[in-house]
Design a protein around this ligand. Structure first.
Ligand code: PNS
Length: 161
């Protein structure tokens, strides 16, 4: 039984993330989607809200668990006996940082493998930050994030205005 982890901030989950999660779920037995709990960051959505959204938008994927983690990813991976870290690669610009992280994770625990999956072309420019900025400035984000995320963002920005 092979288990993969898709870690991230998911603030909020985009269709790019969802594509990677879905494709990963087809090639391993179980996928753990893990939201990083990072008190140093100032996210739009709380960890609980991000988990709630991820659970809603992945409800049709049978072999999935949505959770959160804090501290080093490799420690979590080791503790949960996860086989592979799966990361999405959007463009060359992602490569340097992802390569750095994969090598650092390997240095911290040589048994852990990271695998990269190329993002679908149509989502290759997407990021949670670009979604938040576009939405905040009244730009259209239809088709780039799940409907549930658009609704949650409407509520979030309404209460912040
Ligand atoms: O969605 P993001 O913000 O690109 O996700 C980055 C994430 C959560 C995968 C990465 O920051 C992470 O693994 N953080 C946990 C702390 C850690 O293990 N750092 C790596 C040492 S290189």
């Amino acid at each position: 039984m092979k288990t993969a982890i898709c870690p991230g901030s998911f603030d909020p989950v985009t269709n790019g993330h969802l594509d990677i999660i879905k494709r990963t779920s087809k090639i391993v037995d179980k996928v753990i989607v893990a939201v990083l709990y990072n008190p140093a960051k100032n996210p739009l959505f709380t960890v609980e809200e991000r988990i709630g959204l991820l659970k809603k938008v992945t409800k049709d994927i049978p072999n999935i668990e949505v959770t959160c983690f804090s501290g080093l990813l490799v420690d979590y991976v080791n503790e949960k006996k996860i086989d592979i870290i799966v990361k999405g690669l959007r463009a060359v610009s992602d490569f340097e940082y992802e390569f750095q992280m994969a090598l650092m994770n390997k240095k911290l625990n040589s048994k852990i493998e990271t695998m990269f999956m190329m993002t679908k072309g149509e989502y290759s420019y997407l990021s949670s930050s670009i979604i938040k900025e576009t939405f905040r400035l009244n730009g259209c984000i239809n088709g780039l994030v799940p409907e549930e995320v658009i609704e949650a963002m409407k509520q979030k920005f309404e209460c912040c205005k």
